[in-house]
Design a protein around this ligand. Structure first.
Ligand code: IPE
Ligand code: IPE
Ligand code: MG
Length: 235
C-alpha cells in the first residue's frame, strides 16, 4: 500500500559537503535537488501528503552565517521552483513558527500557498522553524484561551478529547504521517512531530539527503509496503 502521508527528516547536507571539501551551504544547495526529485516522485506515485522537515527551532542556534544562507536559499528556491507546483498540481503549505522569519520570505510563501490552494494532486508541507514541543505548547495555549473564554461567557467549555486537542495543532487537517524517513544514519526524532508520529512507521537510511533521490525514495516506500501495522491489536 502507498502511504497517504510521508514525512522526511532531511539530514546530512553538511556531511555531504564536507566529504567533498566544500562549505556546508554547498550541501544545502544540493539538498534542494533532492527536494524537487522527491516532490515529483511523490506526486507520480499517488502520495497525498509529503511533509519535509526543512528547519527546526533548534537550528536557529546554528552560526548566523549558516542560518542566513539557509533562509536565502529557502527564499530563492521557493520562487525558482514555483513551476514544480504548477506542473505537478501540487499544493504548498508551510508550517512552523513563522513569526521568526523574515517578512519578505513569509509574503513569498503566502503568495505561493494562495496560488496553489486548489491543487489536490499532492500537498507538500514544508516544516520551517518547527518543533514538536513548540506545536504542543501553542496548542495547549490556544485551548486554554478558548476554555477560559467559554467560562467567562458562562458557557460549558468543550471537554478535551484527543480529537479536539489535535485540532489545535499546527498540522490540523493533515492526516498523521504513515511513514517517517530520516536520512544520514541518525536514529532520533530531533523534536519533530511528537504527537503526530504516535503510530508512524520509521525508516532510517545511511544515505545523506543530497543523495536521496527517486530510487532511494522508492526503496523506502517498498519497505513500508511490507510492514504490518497493528495499532496495539493482535493480528
Ligand atoms: C540537514 O542537514 C539540513 C538542516 C538541518 C537545515 P544538516 O545541516 O543537519 O547536515 P549534517 O547533519 O550536519 O550533515
Ligand atoms: C533535524 O536535523 C532538523 C532538520 C532536518 C531540519 P538536525 O541535523 O538539526 O538534527 P540533530 O541536531 O542532529 O538532532
Ligand atoms: Mg544534521
Amino acid at each position: 500500500m502507498i502511504p497517504t502521508h510521508i514525512s522526511i527528516i532531511m539530514d546530512g547536507n553538511g556531511r555531504w559537503a564536507e566529504l567533498r571539501s566544500k562549505e556546508r551551504v554547498y550541501g544545502h544547495k544540493a539538498g534542494v535537488e533532492s527536494v524537487r526529485d522527491c516532490c515529483e516522485y511523490a506526486a507520480k506515485r499517488g502520495v497525498k501528503y509529503l511533509s519535509l522537515f526543512a528547519f527546526s527551532q533548534e537550528n536557529w542556534s546554528r552560526p548566523e552565517e549558516e542560518v542566513n544562507a539557509l533562509m536565502e536559499l529557502m527564499a530563492a528556491s521557493i520562487v525558482k521552483e514555483v513551476h514544480l507546483f504548477y506542473d505537478n498540481q501540487i499544493r504548498l503549505k508551510v508550517i512552523g513558527d513563522l513569526s521568526k522569519l523574515d517578512k519578505d520570505l513569509v509574503s513569498k510563501i503566502e503568495k505561493i500557498e494562495d496560488t496553489t490552494k486548489d491543487f489536490s494532486n499532492l500537498t507538500v508541507i514544508i516544516m520551517l522553524s518547527y518543533s514538536g514541543k513548540w506545536d504542543l505548547k501553542q496548542a495547549a495555549e490556544r485551548y486554554a484561551i478558548d476554555y477560559s473564554d467559554a467560562i467567562s461567557k458562562g458557557e460549558t467549555p468543550e471537554p478535551l478529547t484527543e480529537e479536539l486537542f489535535a485540532s489545535y495543532l499546527s498540522t490540523y487537517g493533515i492526516p498523521d504521517p504513515d511513514l517517517l524517513i530520516r536520512t544520514s544514519g541518525e536514529q532520533r526524532i530531533s523534536n519533530y512531530m511528537l504527537w503526530q508520529c504516535a503510530y508512524t512507521e520509521f525508516y532510517f537510511t545511511e544515505t545523506l539527503w543530497p543523495d536521496f533521490r527517486k530510487e532511494q525514495f522508492e526503496e523506502a516506500i517498498e519497505n513500508f509496503s511490507k510492514r504490518e501495522r497493528r495499532y496495539g491489536k493482535i493480528k
